[in-house]
Design a binder for this molecule. Sequence first.
Ligand code: GLC
Length: 556
Amino acid sequence: MQRKEPEAASGWAPWKTGVVYQVYPRSFADTSGDGLGDLEGITRHLDHLAGSPDSLGVDAIWLSPINPSPGLDLGYDISDYASVDPQFGTEGDFDRLVAEAHRRGIKVILDLVVNHTSDAHAWFVASRSSRTGPYADRYLWSDPAGTDRAGGPVPPNNWVSFFGGSAWEWEPVRGQFYEHTFLAQQPDLNWRDPGTRADVKAMMRHWLARGVDGFRMDVFNAFLKDPQRRSNPIRRGRSAWTRQLHVHDKDQPDLPALLAELRAVVDEAPGRMTVGELFDGHASRAARLSAERHLVFDFELLQAGWSAAAIGRALDRREAAYGPDRWPTVVLSNHDQPRHVSRWGAGRDLDEIARASALLLLTMRGTPFLYYGEELGVPGVVIPNDVAIDPPARHSGPGFRWWNRDQARAPMPWTGEPGAGFTTGHPWLPLPPDWRTRNVAAQRADPSSVLAFYRALLALRRARPALHSGGLARVSTSTPGVLAFRRWTINDRALVVLNLGRRDLAAILRLEGPAGWRPALGTHGSNPPGIARNGRISLRALEGVVLVGTDVPPVR
Ligand code: GLC
């Protein structure tokens, strides 16, 4: 049985009703002048996020990895789980960040990257040097399947790396291959080794004891692989990765039991949570792996095209997958994907697409995850592969296609001053193209900015139980390009209507029950459109509106 949380008793359970903001530490704010963001930079900007009258109003931050790392996968290759990477600051800086966040009511989630370590981690250094000793089985070692014509060792099976090439790397000292889902410098841990489980659990307890409120579990459904190392079946596909059915190198039958063990560690500290990153899977799989206070990301919605039909289908699939008893997440952008305003905004006004997509993100059923900068409508930055920092992008070519993730990782623009208030030095990646005008200071001063809209929408969401914890049902309309849904709890109801098309239009919604909706917030200024008794509503291109029932208490 799950412990009942005090928050749940009062109706506010942050992991369900709250909003999480992803900080990419390298790119948030630099206080040392080295061009790379740091922990002190995050602490200094906490007021932007919550706790002061003009804050955005989020409930938690998720920090992409902050542990020591050779940086070959920008921190997703960890060489020491127990400490803070000195390039981000000191242990004291971290403890101060947690304390200052908590003082503002912001929870702190760390990235738990335990599918693999860096090859510089002491466990791997020991493991690769000998077939005996406490770390001998900590990674996935395999004998060769034979020798090739040149006398070289042949990998044990057909598994491939998501970052290109074989998943197997030869280690001459052991005379064996080790497996890696990502770079060869990111060897996969053996989760069937009791030492792995014990050491990772101890590490989780260490961070929980330091006040951390939860973990985002990197590619968590890949932790276990087939113990018999069977080759994956082949299928048609456009890349080496998609040409295999990944039935043996992830999603193993003993995964739920392993997750239960890790979640039990988190549950030892009341009110803590996890969110698992589903690697390569759909909403139905995500729903099956989710549990109370243990959320799962899936990227079906994120991968949908910008049309009412495509987003409507993604919405229907997730609602069917989760049903009334499970709770989804909503995510449109992160550090691995093209920023959604660029993905969806081609040929459209950036501010308009930013507002329209924010309306979806923050009114759908589920816990929303914002990605730093999206509250300003920051677009992607075009960075050619030949100058890429992102490792897979650097070897992208005809045999291996890769989208350069640097494009979504540009420094946060805080001001219009040189360095955008991000750094006094040379930023590690180019600033977003329009940082001189699209920055926090400028948007704070402008009541019609994207930032102002996010703030108003977050405030509305917090004030309306229907929006933060209600059910969801589609409202049908025969007008193409329009998406509409209702949200409700026993005492509250809201209606969301959005025109995703390029033309102004009038839609007729099939609303059941007594009409009576009052517009509460719209994307196009202070006078959002209302809805007539016959269900008619006029919307401009990319215009969206949240309406609330006239029989429920007024907003704010
Ligand atoms: C996850 C991370 C990504 C990283 C990969 C390997 O997908 O989000 O950034 O490259 O795992 O750790």
